[in-house]
Design a protein around this ligand. Structure first.
Ligand code: DC
Length: 222
């Protein structure tokens, strides 16, 4: 019997990761955060001072080894053996990830890894191009989104809770810029495929979002 794949795409900050993670846990699926893989490549580029140098990033791809480990506590991302789970969440890495994600060769490498992962079990994979490129035959496709205002508010709250200095207007501008970058790039832009179910979480809380997504999956896979 083949394994079941669920594709969850959408813009930054819509709650894809947290919702997908919770749904995966509840259904016994493996959650795969593809954004973390782009972030790991970006972190490598930042540390080697080659962020602006497309050719050197491409040339370094064979030196970049990314592993994802799963445990009770969730997912750990390893970059050449080092645990970078927290380091890849820095704002500078978010920006860097959006930049390296436009490089076709980077995408090719990561997409191949992602397809291999989906062959090994039932997965919920989240990203920007999962339904359109990585897993076009996924059993369930979901496009999870929320208004830029709602996403900025959530991010602001998150950062404030961590004690970070931040401004709501700057966060919103960042979100809009990243959306633009992700949906206007030439390589696998963020798109909602025709067969994807739209879930707008602007007016849903976390639990409601999880229930909505879980319901769509359960209905589709019976
Ligand atoms: O979901 P995230 O914020 O962790 O993603 C980081 C960046 O990587 C984001 O700018 C978009 C890009 N990305 C992508 O191009 N394709 C994916 N499948 C996942 C993320």
């Amino acid at each position: 019997m083949g394994y079941i794949s669920v594709a969850v795409d959408g813009p930054a900050g819509a709650g894809k990761s947290s919702v997908s993670k919770a749904v995966a846990r509840s259904l016994g699926f493996v959650y795969i955060d593809t954004g973390a893989m782009y972030r790991a490549v970006a972190l490598y580029a930042i540390r080697h001072g080659i962020c602006e140098d497309r050719q050197r990033i491409i040339g370094s791809l064979c030196d970049i080894k990314i592993d994802i480990r799963y445990s009770e506590n969730g997912q750990t991302i390893l970059l050449n053996g080092e645990d970078v789970t927290d380091a890849i969440r820095e704002e500078s890495v978010s920006k860097g990830a959006s930049a390296v994600a436009v490089i076709g060769e980077v995408r090719e490498k990561l997409v191949a890894m992602q397809r291999e992962m989906a062959k090994r079990g039932n997965v919920i994979m989240d990203g920007r191009d999962i339904a359109s490129v990585v897993l076009p035959d996924a059993a369930v496709k979901i496009f999870l989104t929320a208004s830029a205002d709602a996403r900025a508010q959530r991010r602001y709250k998150e950062l404030k809770e961590k004690g970070a200095e931040c401004e709501l207007s700057a966060i919103k501008e960042d979100i809009i810029a990243r959306d633009y970058n992700d949906s206007h790039r030439q390589e696998s832009p963020l798109v909602r495929t025709e067969d994807a179910v739209l879930v707008d979480t602007s007016d849903l809380n976390f639990e409601e979002s999880v229930e909505r997504v879980k319901g769509i999956i359960e209905k589709a896979i019976g």
